[in-house]
Design a binder for this molecule. Structure first.
Ligand SMILES: *[C@@H]1O[C@H](CO)[C@@H](O)[C@H](O)[C@H]1NC(C)=O
Ligand SMILES: *[C@@H]1O[C@H](CO)[C@@H](O)[C@H](O)[C@H]1NC(C)=O
Ligand SMILES: *[C@@H]1O[C@H](CO)[C@@H](O)[C@H](O)[C@H]1NC(C)=O
Ligand SMILES: *[C@@H]1O[C@H](CO)[C@@H](O)[C@H](O)[C@H]1NC(C)=O
Ligand SMILES: *[C@@H]1O[C@H](CO)[C@@H](O)[C@H](O)[C@H]1NC(C)=O
Ligand SMILES: *[C@@H]1O[C@H](CO)[C@@H](O)[C@H](O)[C@H]1NC(C)=O
Ligand SMILES: *[C@@H]1O[C@H](CO)[C@@H](O)[C@H](O)[C@H]1NC(C)=O
Ligand SMILES: *[C@@H]1O[C@H](CO)[C@@H](O)[C@H](O)[C@H]1NC(C)=O
Ligand SMILES: *[C@@H]1O[C@H](CO)[C@@H](O)[C@H](O)[C@H]1NC(C)=O
Ligand SMILES: *[C@@H]1O[C@H](CO)[C@@H](O)[C@H](O)[C@H]1NC(C)=O
Ligand SMILES: *[C@@H]1O[C@H](CO)[C@@H](O)[C@H](O)[C@H]1NC(C)=O
Ligand SMILES: *[C@@H]1O[C@H](CO)[C@@H](O)[C@H](O)[C@H]1NC(C)=O
Length: 826
C-alpha cells in the first residue's frame, strides 16, 4: 500500500539491518537449548522487577512482554530477548510497548547486559527519568530505540562512546539541551530521530556531510538559527529530512544539489520566507510538507507538478494558486490544502484516481459537494461555505454504484440546510461522520443503522435536528457521540449500553425526557458525560449501588429536573477525578472538548478567569447546577483531588449548622446570639473535605440552602481563583485567605449571617471563644461521619489507576490524530 511507503521503507530498512546482522555476524539462539547465562538471567530478572507493568487496554498494539518471563526457564527464550549462541550473552532486548512503568535508574541492572547490541524500550510512555550515563558502557550497541517514552534531561556525553551506533531513535520524549555533538563522531550512524523533543540551538552543518546518514528527523523541537547544509561533495544517502516545526530562520544555506536520494522532506512552520526553489531539482521527492510558513506568499501548485513521484503533499497555510490548465501528473494520494485561500473546488482532482485523502478545510469554497468525493477514504471539507450535496439523495442507488469507500467525512461549519442527505447512509464503511455546526433539520435518518457496525465518531451537534434518536443507529464501535444543541426528544438510546468503547457522550441542550442513565456505569472507559440542559428527571443516585464512573472526567448534568439526595459516598468510585493520571486520548478529544468549552463557556465561567493549564487533557469538572437536588453535599467530594471546576449552584442543597472539624464559627454582631445547633438534625453544611480539592479553580455553591460557615481551610486552595457562595443561609466570619479575600463581595451576598471582608458587615469580638466551644462539641461526631464514608470508598477499591500520555497525539494538530486513525485503517 502506498500510504505509509516512506515509513514502511524505514522499517524495512531497519529490519534488513537486523537480518543482515543476524545472518552474517551472529547465530541466534534457538529456544530449545538452555543457553542462558545466570548473570544475564539475573540482570534481566532484576530489570523486570524494577518496573511495574501498567496495562491500558486501549493500547491494543502493546503487549506486556516481561509478564511472560519465568525465572526458571531459559532466559534466551523469553519474549523480547535474544542471545548469542556461542556465549549465551544477551544481545537484544526488545520491550517495545510493554507497559513498563517507573524510572530508568543509572544503577539499573540493564547495564549489566554488557553485550547488548539492540536495545528497544520504545513506546513505554510511563518509563521516565534521565537517560543514564551508564548507557555509554553498552559499547556494542548498534540500535537504540527509546522513542515514545517519558525521558527528560540532556543526553549524556558518555553516549559518544557508542561508536558502533547505527540507529538512534529518541523521538517523542521530553529531552532538551543542544544538538548532541557526539553524534557527529559516529561514523556509521544511519538514522537519527530526535523529533518531538525540546532540543534547542543550531544544527552543525557538518552533520549533512555524514556519508552514512539516511534518516535525519529533527522536527518538532526548538532548533534555531540559520540552517546551513554545507557543501556536500559526493551524492548523499540522505532520504528523510525532517526540519519542520522548529525555529529556523532565514534562507537555507549551502548546496542541495547532492541530496539526490531525498524522498521525504518536512519544512513545515518555517519561521522566515523560504526559497523552496533550491529543492526543485529533487525530482524523486515522494512526501513534501511545506505547511504553515510564517510568512504567507502566493504559491503556484504548478511548481510541484514536476515531482513525478509525489504522493503526499501538504501545502496548508499557503496562499495557493491553481490554474485551470494545471497538469499534475504525480500519483498524489494524500493532499492537504487547508487554509489555502481557495474559493473554488480544485477541479483537476476529479481525474486523480490515486487520491484517497483530501483536506480542503478552512477555505471559502461555496456550492455543492462534488459527488465524486465519495470515492475517497478521507474527506475534510469543514469550515467552508458548502450548501448542498451534488446529485439526488438516492444518487448511488440510481447509478448502481456502491460508494462504500469513504471512512472519514468531516463537514462541520458549512452552510448545509435541509435534511441530512440519505445518500450518506450508503457509505457503509463510515467510521467518522462530523456534520456539526450546520443547519440540518428533520430527523436523524433511520438508515444510519447501515453503518452501525463501523461508526466510531458521530458528531451532529449544533444543527436543528428533531425527533427521537434512532436506537438502531448506535453500534458497538461508537467512541464519541455528540448531538448537543439540537431539538432531539424522547429517551436516550438504550443501545448505548453496548458501546463498550464509548468515551464521549454529549447530548446537551436538547429536549431529552428521561431518567438518569444509570446503565452507563457499565461503560468501562466513559470519560465525558454531558446531559446538560434537557428534561432529565428523577434521582441521580442509585440506591444500594455506587456510581463508580471510574474514568469520568467531565460530569455535567446541569439544567435538568433531577431531584433527590446524593449519598455521602456518591463520588467514592470516581478514580479518574481523584488521581493525577492523564489518559490516552486515542481519539476525538480535540473536537469534543473544544466544542464543549465553547458551548458551556467554561473558560470564562463567572469571572473571565483563565483556567490554569486548561489544556483539555487535565480538565476535570463536575456540574450539577440548576436542578432540584437536596440534602447534603456528599463528603466524598473531598476524594476528587483532581477536580478543577465544581458547580453545585442553584439546587436545594441544605445544610444545618452543626459545627465541624475545621469550621470557624464566628458570629456576627448584628445577630447577637449563638446559633443553637441542637435544634437541627443531620450533618449538612459545606463539607470541610472540600479543602482537599487542591486543584480546584472554580467553586460555585450559590443559590442553595446551605447553612453553617464557610470552612476556613478553603483558603488553602491556592488555585481557587473564583468562588460563589451567594444566596444561601451561611453565617459567621468569611475566611481571611488571599484567594477568598480577592473575591468580589457579590460572591458572598444574600447570606444573612455572613460577616467580615469582603462584605461590609463586620463580626463581633469574642467570637473566638464561641468558636472553640463549638469545635469541641462537634469534633467527635464529624470524625465518625468521615470514617464511615471513607470506609465506603475503600470498599470500591479504586486502587491506583494508571494511564498514559501519548504526547504526540495530544500535542499534534487535529488532522494528525485523524491521520493516525486513518492510517491504521487504510
Ligand atoms: C522464581 O520463581 C519461583 C516461582 O515461579 C519463585 O518461587 C522464586 O522465588 C523465584 N525466584 C526468584 C529469584 O525470583
Ligand atoms: C539504585 O539507586 C536507587 C536510588 O537512586 C536506590 O534506591 C536503589 O536501591 C539502587 N538499586 C540498586 C540495585 O543499587
Ligand atoms: C562503566 O564500566 C566501567 C568498567 O566496567 C565501570 O567502572 C563504570 O562504573 C561504569 N560506568 C557506569 C556509568 O556504569
Ligand atoms: C569526537 O572525536 C574526537 C576524536 O576522537 C574527540 O577529540 C572529540 O572530543 C569527539 N567529540 C565529541 C563531541 O565527542
Ligand atoms: C520552544 O520554545 C518556546 C519558548 O521558549 C516554548 O514555549 C515552546 O514550548 C518550545 N517548544 C518546544 C517544542 O520545545
Ligand atoms: C560552501 O561553498 C561556498 C562557495 O564555494 C562557500 O562560500 C561556503 O563557505 C561553503 N560553505 C561551507 C559550509 O563550507
Ligand atoms: C527563535 O529564534 C529567534 C531568532 O533566532 C530567537 O530570538 C528566539 O530566542 C528563538 N526561540 C527559541 C525558543 O529558541
Ligand atoms: C464495496 O461495494 C462493492 C459492491 O457492493 C462490494 O463488492 C465491495 O466488497 C465493497 N467493498 C468494501 C470494502 O466493503
Ligand atoms: C446493526 O443494525 C442491523 C439492522 O438494524 C442489526 O441487525 C444489527 O444487529 C446491528 N448491529 C449492531 C452491531 O448494532
Ligand atoms: C446489548 O447486546 C446484547 C448482546 O448482543 C443484546 O442482547 C442486548 O439486547 C443489547 N442491549 C441493548 C440495550 O441494545
Ligand atoms: C416527560 O414525558 C412524560 C411522558 O413520558 C410526560 O408526562 C412529562 O410531562 C414529560 N416531561 C416534560 C418535562 O416534558
Ligand atoms: C483529605 O486528604 C487527606 C490526605 O490527603 C486524607 O487523609 C483525608 O481523609 C481527606 N479528607 C477528606 C474529607 O477527604
Amino acid at each position: 500500500m502506498i500510504h505509509s511507503c516512506s515509513e514502511r521503507k524505514m522499517i524495512t530498512w531497519s529490519l534488513c539491518l537486523v537480518f543482515f546482522l543476524s545472518y552474517s555476524v551472529l547465530v541466534f539462539a534457538s529456544p530449545a537449548k538452555n543457553l542462558c547465562r545466570p548473570d544475564q538471567r539475573d540482570a534481566l530478572w532484576d530489570f523486570k522487577n524494577d518496573f511495574i507493568v501498567q496495562k491500558d487496554d486501549r493500547l491494543s498494539y502493546s503487549n506486556p512482554k516481561t509478564e511472560s518471563w519465568r525465572n526458571n526457564t531459559d532466559c534466551c527464550s523469553w519474549d523480547g530477548v535474544r542471545c548469542y549462541l556461542q556465549t549465551g550473552n544477551v544481545v537484544e532486548l526488545n520491550l517495545w510497548g510493554s507497559f513498563l512503568s517507573g524510572p530508568l535508574r543509572s544503577n539499573s541492572s540493564l547495564f549489566r547486559l554488557q553485550h547488548l547490541e539492540i536495545l528497544n524500550l520504545g513506546s513505554n510512555p510511563n518509563l521516565y527519568g534521565n537517560i543514564p550515563s551508564s548507557l555509554g558502557n553498552l559499547s556494542y550497541l548498534t540500535d537504540l530505540v527509546l522513542s515514545d517514552c517519558g525521558f527528560t534531561g540532556e543526553l549524556p556525553d558518555s553516549m559518544g562512546n557508542l561508536n558502533r551506533l547505527i540507529d538512534l531513535r529518541l523521538y517523542n520524549n521530553k529531552l532538551h539541551g543542544n544538538f548532541p555533538l557526539f553524534l557527529l563522531n559516529l561514523s556509521d550512524i544511519t538514522q537519527i530521530s530526535l523529533s518531538s523533543n525540546n532540543f534547542i540551538g543550531s544544527i552543525p552543518s557538518s552533520l549533512f556531510l555524514s556519508p552514512s546518514l539516511v534518516v535525519l528527523e529533527l522536527s518538532g523541537n526548538n532548533f534555531s538559527g540559520l540552517l546551513d547544509i554545507g557543501n556536500v561533495s559526493s551524492p548523499s544517502k540522505l532520504r528523510n529530512l525532517g526540519l519542520g516545526r522548529n525555529n529556523f530562520s532565514g534562507p537555507i544555506l549551502g548546496s542541495t544539489s547532492k541530496l539526490v536520494s531525498l524522498k521525504d522532506l518536512d519544512l513545515s512552520f518555517w519561521r522566515d520566507s523560504l526559497n523552496f526553489s533550491i529543492f526543485l531539482h529533487l525530482t524523486s521527492l515522494e512526501r513534501l510538507d511545506l505547511s504553515y510558513p510564517n510568512t504567507r506568499i502566493m504559491v503556484d501548485l504548478d511548481l510541484f507538478s514536476h515531482f513525478k513521484s509525489l504522493w503526499d503533499l501538504n501545502l496548508s497555510g499557503n496562499n495557493l494558486k491553481i490554474s485551470s490548465t494545471l497538469h499534475f501528473p504525480s500519483p498524489i494520494y494524500m493532499l492537504k490544502l487547508s487554509s489555502c485561500n481557495l474559493s473554488h473546488f480544485p477541479k483537476f482532482l476529479q481525474s486523480k484516481t490515486s487520491l484517497s485523502y483530501l483536506d480542503i478545510s478552512a477555505n471559502q469554497i461555496e456550492g455543492q459537494v462534488p459527488e465524486w468525493l465519495w470515492r475517497l477514504r478521507y474527506v475534510d471539507i469543514s469550515q467552508n461555505s458548502f450548501s448542498s450535496f451534488e446529485g439526488p439523495s438516492d444518487v448511488f442507488r440510481r447509478s448502481g454504484r456502491q460508494p462504500n469507500s469513504t471512512m472519514f467525512f468531516l463537514g462541520s461549519d458549512n452552510l448545509f440546510t435541509g435534511e441530512i442527505p440519505r445518500m450518506i447512509c450508503e457509505l457503509v464503511n463510515l467510521q467518522t461522520l462530523v456534520l456539526s455546526n450546520n443547519n440540518f433539520s428533520g430527523f436523524i435518518p433511520q438508515c444510519f443503522k447501515n453503518f452501525n457496525t463501523t461508526i466510531s465518531v458521530l458528531h451532529l451537534q449544533n444543527n436543528s435536528l428533531s425527533g427521537a434518536f434512532p436506537q438502531e443507529s448506535i453500534g458497538g464501535r461508537l467512541r464519541s457521540l455528540d448531538v448537543g444543541h439540537n431539538r432531539l426528544s424522547g429517551k436516550l438510546p438504550k443501545s448505548l449500553v453496548n458501546c463498550t468503547q464509548l468515551e464521549f457522550l454529549n447530548v446537551e441542550d436538547n429536549r431529552f425526557n428521561d431518567t438518569f442513565p444509570f446503565w452507563l456505569r457499565s461503560l468501562p472507559i466513559l470519560q465525558f458525560l454531558v446531559l446538560r440542559s434537557n428534561k432529565f428527571h428523577g434521582p441521580v443516585s442509585y440506591p444500594q449501588d455506587s456510581m463508580n464512573f471510574s474514568k469520568l472526567r467531565i460530569f455535567d448534568v446541569s439544567q435538568n429536573l433531577f431531584t433527590g439526595v446524593l449519598p455521602s459516598d456518591y463520588f467514592a468510585g470516581w478514580s479518574a477525578m481523584s488521581s493525577p493520571v492523564v489518559y490516552v486520548e486515542a481519539i476525538v478529544h480535540m473536537l469534543v472538548f473544544q466544542n464543549y468549552h465553547k458551548s458551556v463557556g467554561l473558560t470564562n465561567k463567572g469571572s473571565n478567569m483563565d483556567l490554569v493549564g486548561s489544556g483539555f487533557r487535565i480538565y476535570k469538572t463536575i456540574d450539577v447546577s440548576g436542578n432540584r437536588l437536596e440534602g447534603d453535599i456528599p463528603q466524598s467530594i473531598g476524594l476528587l483531588k483532581e477536580l478543577v471546576v465544581l458547580n453545585m449552584s442553584n439546587n436545594a442543597f441544605t445544610g444545618h449548622i452543626q459545627g465541624h472539624l475545621l469550621a470557624t464559627t464566628a458570629f456576627c454582631s448584628f445577630k447577637g446570639e449563638k446559633f443553637d445547633s441542637s435544634s437541627m438534625h443531620g450533618p449538612g453544611h459545606i463539607p470541610p473535605s472540600l479543602s482537599n480539592l487542591t486543584n480546584l479553580q472554580s467553586l460555585d455553591l450559590s443559590r442553595n440552602r446551605l447553612s453553617g460557615t464557610i470552612p476556613p481551610d478553603l483558603e488553602k486552595l491556592t488555585f481557587l481563583a473564583w468562588m460563589n457562595f451567594s444566596n444561601n443561609m451561611l453565617e459567621g466570619l468569611i475566611p481571611q485567605g488571599t484567594q477568598i479575600q480577592s473575591q468580589n463581595s457579590s460572591s458572598f451576598a444574600q447570606n444573612p449571617g455572613l460577616c467580615g471582608a469582603p462584605l461590609k458587615r463586620s463580626c463581633s469580638e469574642g467570637a473566638e471563644e464561641a468558636r472553640k466551644q463549638e469545635k469541641e462539641n462537634e469534633e467527635k461526631e464529624e470524625k465518625d461521619q468521615v470514617l464511615s464514608w471513607i470506609a465506603a470508598a475503600i470498599g470500591y477499591g479504586p486502587g491506583v489507576f494508571c494511564g498514559f500520555v501519548i504526547g504526540h497525539i495530544l500535542s499534534s494538530y487535529r488532522h494528525d490524530w485523524l491521520m493516525r486513525i486513518f492510517r491504521s485503517f487504510a
